[in-house]
Design a protein around this ligand. Sequence first.
Ligand SMILES: [Zn+2]
Ligand SMILES: [Zn+2]
Length: 286
Amino acid sequence: MITDKNGDKWYKGNLHTHTTDSDGQKTPEEVKRLYRDMGYDFLALTDHWHVNEPEDFDGMLVLSGCEYDWMKDGCYHIVGYGLVDKPALVRGDMPQKCIDEIKRCGGVATLAHPAWSLQRTDDMVRLSGVDCTEIYNSVSGYPYSARPYSGLLIDIATAMGFRAVLTAADDTHFYKDEVGRGFVYVRAPELSRDAIINAIIKGDVIATNGPFITWGTEDGYFVVRCGEGCKYVQFFSNLYYSPETTKTGAPLYEARFRLTPNVRFIRAEAVGFDGKTAYTQYCYFN
Ligand SMILES: [Zn+2]
Ligand SMILES: [Zn+2]
């Protein structure tokens, strides 16, 4: 947990995790212990088609979760967590039904690793009720796979009307080197299921590979602050070109993008000297 300059608390968590309850390589007990020992405040176990029980694991909040995958006319992996009831789903149920059932059970519905899934943007726009999507998923990257980053795909879908909170997760299976390489900080008044879920739905989330950043709109600018200093910040908007797209520094503690009337949406990525990136949420304008 990190306390920022305003005194707000940001809890560290992983929202997409596998165990031997599906295709992961470690038991649920081993996984919970490992994340607790790494200093995580919360963890969602999201085994394929297996709903776990929520619990307090030695001070770490464990959320009830599940991943529903569907591969027919496109590939969809829908992760649900924060469940207070068990979704009535069976293998083969349609992605939209999975989302609807997760929501009925009080969970957060996440469209997982859209780049890995080669998600079609028109399909993303058609889904209703998606709360979050993963801009970064480490098991979808080197060395196990090759498409960890979904930013471009989500930007195109966003330009088409798709709206979702951005998260990062390691989606760990304990295959090779993915553990801890994507996670979230969530700003919440306390460490409880309700507080964490409500904050995620609101978008009080930093998706990151490591750096801690804050952002907001101030005096007609979108402003990103990197407390520890970063190598550069890049802004992603609906504009094809802007001279303000990249800000560099040595190190850079703050970067600004002027919000001209033609900016309809914007987000940013802050890249550290070690190459690790933090991702803001989108700000939307009409
Ligand atoms: Zn998946
Ligand atoms: Zn997964």
